[in-house]
Every structure is written in structure tokens, then in C-alpha cells.
Design a protein around this ligand. Structure first.
Ligand code: FES
Length: 97
């Protein structure tokens, strides 16, 4: 039976947290006690939660996420933490993490 929890490692701190699968990466960062910029409150509007996902395991970006990145001039290789629903273990980095 697949695990219902996933393990997320944040860089550069190296802090690791286990959260329920389906949790957003932004909420996982908050659970880990890390700062999580979210001017729009996680509504996929501001682009402030941009981060880099280093390992495989992130679901593909939705068209809404891509649109928000373009509108906020976020690098195309970044992901928006409020839009990433965690499906598998992964490693993510952002300033302050
Ligand atoms: S918190 Fe605003 S786009 Fe993610």
C-alpha cells in the first residue's frame, strides 16, 4: 500500500518534514517552520512563493500555474509552492528555506 505521507527536504537549511500526501509545498514549508512568502495567501496570484524543486516527484505544472508565472515574470524553471500538491518525496529550495 502506498505511503500516505511524503518527506520533503528544504534547502539550504536541510530541514526535513513529513506531511500528508496532497499537502501543498507552501503548507509543508510552514509546517517546517520556514518562511513562506505568500502575498496572495496561496491563491496562485502573486508569484511570490517561487521555488526550485531539485528532485523528481513534483506533479506537472498546471496551465494556471504557468499563467501566474508568466504574469509575474517568474523564471520558467521555478515552481509556485502554493500550486504544488505533494505526491512523492522531494527536495525544494528557496531563499530562506
Ligand atoms: S502564494 Fe501567491 S502565487 Fe503562491
Amino acid at each position: 500500500m502506498p505511503s500516505v505521507q511524503v518527506e520533503i527536504r528544504f534547502q539550504p537549511s536541510g530541514r526535513t518534514v513529513r506531511v500528508a500526501r496532497g499537502t501543498t509545498l507552501l503548507d509543508a514549508a510552514r509546517t517546517a517552520g520556514l518562511p513562506a512568502a505568500r502575498a496572495c495567501g496561496g491563491d496562485l496570484l502573486c508569484g511570490r512563493c517561487a521555488c526550485t524543486i531539485a528532485a523528481e516527484g513534483a506533479p506537472a505544472a498546471s496551465e494556471a500555474e504557468e499563467r501566474t508565472k508568466r504574469r509575474n515574470r517568474v523564471d520558467s524553471d521555478k515552481r509556485l509552492a502554493c500550486a504544488v500538491r505533494l505526491e512523492a518525496d522531494l527536495e525544494a529550495s528557496a531563499p530562506g528555506w
